[in-house]
Design a protein around this ligand. Structure first.
Ligand code: HEM
Length: 472
């Protein structure tokens, strides 16, 4: 409805000889109290609505069309919301629930109450770090296949890093969730279906701000229906095959099915199994793809850091392909990924809807208010991170850790990302495998603009060129 009122974002990027302030939106300077302007700007880009003063240790409250919005940017208050009073703040926002319910049904990402309580241990169990060795092999093989594919391209070949990383992590999660038998055509159809679904849904549920506590349903256009029905058909077929004993033994769907057979009281029918499988598929690949894409951008702009990375890979792995077992020794690799997750948290906003009245810090919270914890702000708050806008992976070396609840790329508390170990190890390993053989370069004059949709990614992707490295 507002599509004609186009907005834009001013981007800051500062490059020194050995210092980098990578791309971020300039501080918001719009007049206070203009709700419509703020909503339109947020709809264009959620990250461009923050003023300089928002990057401080505090809890604030404002109203947009009468709806209370509480922004929580203080570690103690964050602990209160996500851990201590989890039950009052566990509920996702109407925006998130409405946007995803057609696709994910009651899948873990948007469920709450009893359904969430029952399903969460199940999902924890199947993506648990003890299972990493199984999935680690898939990560090693899939990233090595990408090295092969890139090796067949001419040196300096142009590609879009976001799409390359999305393809890589979608393949890893598809093989992990559905097993190796899915087939290329079906895997591509699922990935494209999710991509198209996201591009069709709006980033703001206007109804919620206009007084509907549960938001308004998303319009189910024929295009949206087609993409959802295609995804559901493919996943249902995988689930039915597994239920009939015809699935891949090591897949996450198989683990879900086995769990259901052991505990029939869980009542996981085909639809529930599909919802959880689709949720893990969706939650488990875009985030890692975004992380890797941002890491390539940062390394291309900070080549003195890239040099330390290359030296470390050569020292730890020599000429052989890096494996999951190398990860404890790949300290620079880990620090680069952790710093990337600080500067560009793939989930830059954690939004909740308060169930009952409450008090966060000095702020009285009304029922149904919108509670925002914004890792994007938190991670760039000078009180918690010195030189907060600068790319400095060293801050994560030698066992240094941020203060509790000031660094939450995977969220925290009972709703912390169950795929934390999977995602972190996947990002470190893929970076090591690819950086061992290739340098990825972003053009000097390229304008990189962070864009926040469901995840934080460079607007339009990240055009790069690929350059082969000499063998060690
Ligand atoms: C770098 C990679 C990743 C990042 C940064 C990340 C981040 C997050 C964050 C911040 C949340 C909480 C969202 C919220 O509460 O609003 C979340 C939830 C979730 N993530 Fe991840 N994630 C990553 C990878 C993965 C992977 C690989 C999987 C699965 C294999 C996964 C599965 C999930 C699921 C199922 C949830 C919903 C949990 C619940 O609501 O109880 N994630 N993730």
């Amino acid at each position: 409805m507002f599509s004609r009122l186009r907005r834009s974002t001013d981007i800051v990027e500062k490059r020194g000889k050995r210092s980098l302030e990578p791309a971020h939106a300039a501080y918001y300077k719009g007049k206070p109290g203009q709700s419509l302007n703020l909503i339109l700007q947020a709809r264009h880009d959620f990250l461009s609505v923050w003023r300089k003063g928002d990057y401080t240790d505090r809890v604030t409250s404002m109203k947009v069309f009468g709806r209370q919005i509480v922004t929580v940017n203080s570690p103690d208050a964050i602990r209160y919301v996500v851990a201590k009073r989890h039950e009052n703040f566990e509920r996702k926002t109407p925006q998130m629930r409405r946007a995803l319910e057609f696709l994910l049904g009651d899948g873990l990402f948007i469920s709450d109450g009893e359904t969430w309580k029952q399903r969460r241990p199940l999902v924890n169990d199947i993506v648990h770090k003890n299972r990493l060795p199984t999935f680690g092999k898939i990560m090693e093989n899939t990233s090595s296949e990408l090295v092969q594919r890139w090796s067949a391209l001419p040196d300096g070949a142009p590609v879009n890093a976001l799409y390359e990383m999305a393809g890589l992590t979608a393949e890893i999660i598809a093989r992990s969730v559905f097993g190796n038998d899915l087939g290329e055509e079906a895997a591509n159809a699922v990935t494209e279906g999710f991509e198209s679904y996201q591009s069709l849904i709006d980033s703001i549920n206007i109804g919620y701000f206009l007084g509907f506590d549960e938001g308004l349903p998303v319009l189910r256009t024929p295009k949206l229906r087609r993409s959802v029905s295609r995804i559901h058909q493919i996943i249902d077929k995988v689930v039915e095959d597994h239920l009939a004993g015809r699935g891949d033994d090591n897949s996450m769907v198989e683990l879900l099915v086995r769990r259901q057979k052991r505990n029939p009281e869980l009542k996981l029918d085909v639809v529930a199994l599909r919802n959880e499988a689709a949720t893990i598929f969706m939650a488990g690949h875009e985030t890692t793809a975004a992380t890797l894409t941002w890491a390539w951008y940062l390394l291309s702009r900070a080549q003195w850091i890239e040099k330390s990375l290359h030296e470390e890979i050569a020292r730890v792995c020599g000429d052989r392909v890096p494996t999951l077992d190398d990860i404890p020794q790949l300290e620079w690799c880990r620090a680069i990924i952790e710093e990337t997750l600080r500067l560009y948290p793939p989930v830059p906003i954690l939004a909740r809807q308060a169930k009952e009245a409450d008090r966060i810090g000095d702020i009285d919270v009304k029922p149904a208010s919108l509670i925002l914890i914004v890792p994007w702000l938190l991670h760039r708050t000078e009180a918690f991170f010195k030189d907060a806008h600068l790319f400095k992976p060293e801050r994560f070396l030698n066992g240094q850790k941020p203060i509790p609840y000031s660094y939450i790329p995977f969220a925290s508390g009972p709703r912390v990302c169950p795929g934390l170990q999977f995602g972190l190890n996947e990002a470190i390993l893929c970076l090591a495998v690819l950086a061992q053989r290739f340098k990825v370069r972003v053009a000097e004059d390229a304008k990189v603009e962070p864009q926040c949709r469901l995840t934080l990614r460079p607007r339009g992707g990240l055009p790069v060129t690929l350059h082969r490295r000499e063998r060690a």
